[in-house]
Each structure stands twice: as C-alpha cells, then as structure tokens.
Ligand binder design. Sequence first.
Ligand code: EPU
Length: 417
Amino acid sequence: MDKILVEGGRPLEGEVRISGAKNAALPILISSLLADGWNTYSNVPDLKDVQSTKNLLSKLGARIETDGDTIRIDTGNVRCHEAPYDLVRKMRASILVLGPLVARLKKAKVSLPGGCAIGARPINLHLKGLARLGAKIELKHGYVEAVADGLHGDEIYLDMPTVTGTENLMMAAVLAEGVTVLKNVACEPEVVALADVLTRMGAKIKGAGTSVITIQGVSMLKPVSVSIIPDRIEAGTFMVSAALTQGDVTLLGCEPDHLEAVIHKLRLSGADITVKDKSIRVKGVDEIVSVDVKTLPYPGFPTDMQAQFMVLMSVASGFSIISETIFENRFIHVSELKRMGADVKISGNTAMITGVPMLSGAPVMASDLRASASLILAGLVAQGTTEVHRVYHLDRGYEAIEHKFARLGAAIRRVKT
Ligand code: EPU
C-alpha cells in the first residue's frame, strides 16, 4: 500500500487549480440513470470514488467513455437493478443509485452500506422518504429491496438535512407522478448542482439551496452536457495549507461563495485573504490566532473541513474549541495528531486544543478521507519527516494531491510499497 512522505517546514507559494467536486460528481454521474442517451460530464476529478461510480454504473449496464476529465455515459441499456455489497462497501455514495433505479426500473436492490469510520451513518431517511413516494421497501440479507409500480409525489419531512438523502429523494421524485415537497432538506452546493443538472435534463425543481424543495414530476428526462462545480473542500484544504505554512497561495477555478464559513474562520485566525471572481489568495501570518469552530450543515462550517482546521489550531497561539455536530465519531485524526505533538483533549463531540509552537514528524495512519488530508497538512508544518500510511483514503477524494502540494514547494512524495 502506498504511503506519503512529507518533510515539514517549507512555506507554500504559488498557484493551484481546484478540481471538480467529488461530492457533486458522484450524484451527477449517477443521475445519468434517469435518461436514455449519451450524457457528457466535464471537469470530473480523477478519483477512486469516481472510478467506483463508473464501475457501479457499468455493472448496472451503462456504457461509459472517458477522455481526460470528460466522462460520457449512456444508460439506455441499463436493465440490472442490483448494486452489490462489493461495490457499495468501497463507496457509501453508491446508495445514491437507489432513488434513480426505483424511478426508472421500478425496482432496486442495493447493499446496505453499513457503518464507517466517522459514524454509524444510517440511511433511514432515504428509505422513509422513498416509502412516502410509494416504494415498498424491505431489508433482506444485508440489502435494501425496493419496488414501486409507479412513484407518486408526497410531502416528506427529513429529521436531519441529509445531503445524499436529499439527492436520492430528488432523483426519485423527478419522475414521480404529481408534486413532491421535500422539507428540511440539505442546502449544500452539491445538492444545488444536482438540482441544476436535473433541471437541465427537463425536471421541474424549485427551491434547491433552501430548506424546502418542490418537485413537479415529469414523465421523461433527456440527456445533458454539464460541467462539475469546483471542490470547496479541496479548496478549503489548500487554503488551510497556506495559512499553516505562512505561505502565499492563490487558488484558481474555485467558487468563493461556497467557502464563506471557511474564509470567515481563516480570517479570524489571522490569515490575509483576497477574493477575486473565481480565485482566492491566502497569505499566512507569523502568529496564528486560536478560533472556535462548530461544524454545521451548509452554510455553516463544513464537517469535511474540521480535521484540517484542527491542524491549524494545533499550532495557533492560544486555546480553541472545535465542536463536531454532524458525525458522532469524526475525531479519529486526533490520536495521530497527538503523536505529532498536538495538545488536544476530547470530551464527547468537543475537542479542546491548546496551540503548541511546533509539531514533530512521525509515522501516522490515515483513517478516513479528511483525516488523511489533515495528516498531510500536519506534515507540512512538522519538524522532520511525516509518513502518512493508508493513503488510499486520500486517493478516494483528492486529485493528485501530492503533485499539487509539490508544485507549491512542499517536500512531499509518494512511495509505492
Ligand atoms: N443521517 C441520518 N439518517 C439518514 C441520513 C443521514 O440520521 O438517513 C444523519 C447522519 O448519520 C449524519 C447526518 O445525518 O449524522 C448528516 O449526514 P448526511 O446524510 O448529510 O451525510 P452523507 O450524505 O452520507 C455527505 C457527504 C459527506 C459529508 C456529509 C455532510 C457525499 C457523497 N458525502 O454524506 O462527505 O461529510 O454529506 O456534509 O456527498 C467526505 O467527502 O469526506 C464526506 C464524508
């Protein structure tokens, strides 16, 4: 398994281009199940999760062509309705085929994703919503089996504004008969991006980006040609790297509007940030100020940036509190950061961080995607060498991360083992 070696202590400088967003690409590629004919998606990031999505769609019978960052998908021949355990366990987002398959083929059999490192991550709200739309759902032998003669619109209230739950239900409702009103839905930019794509396919959707989405079902959708929005979490990760290393990094091709909470907290920590159209310049300062952070659904501070921000707070000048309110077990990076000299105490969903003058390089183990990114960031400021093991997590969600950091001046390399 590959590992990444980082030699700390170099300020990062230069420009970095932000890739397409993983969490927008996955549901959008899967939305190809809703229309016959060739769909074209550009600015698709080259990631393990995108490969897993392509594997899943071809297992279902889709034809797929890839040319650089453009992927073409035709699902006209899709007859298979089963997403097997082997594919779903590699990528939880596979559950997103449930809604489109029931809408299109009237049946779906999708492996239950199970828990994951960051929490239990149930899918009860996806299932309750689909049942309201008329699907009969059974859980058998580790699979969700859903059948529906025809879906019909209804009013659905989500107990939590779940991102993939909102996406799954939107994709089911676009082909349902009548009007569906989804309440307390997720407002994340990736949900809006999916709604935009579905609208371009001919769906009638109002309210995406607010907490109520109204969908008037249509009988058929047509294929589209669309570009994937920039990855706000990749952008945020590079912004933290600039602040952390007292560097000067300009992000190109990003969407500053999606990053307001991250920009706000980084400014409070002392970073000098200039926003211009689709670029953000971040200049770090000598003394990083401690700032409290609470993760929240969008437009609050993203849980997917919590681990990276904690690294910044680990070398800040004072004491800070980070509260994680989205996932119940998203502090797995803390034990590894402590091995690098960070002073962090955990109590329930709260981390109390006392800044230290210096981290020290160590062999560390990545446990999930964003935790892996945080360990690379820690390595960039640590004295000596940090060895990040189990980097397959990183490859699921960051495109060519070590090359991007190397071009900014980091001493970083991948070792194939
Ligand atoms: N929840 C339920 N029931 C459900 C669904 C969710 O209780 O049926 C709970 C979850 O347990 C969690 C909360 O609702 O406590 C929010 O989870 P959500 O469903 O919004 O998360 P998700 O859709 O599974 C997506 C992203 C995650 C990101 C979260 C939160 C994708 C493919 N994944 O997950 O991304 O952390 O939203 O913003 O869009 C990542 O990229 O590293 C990542 C984990």
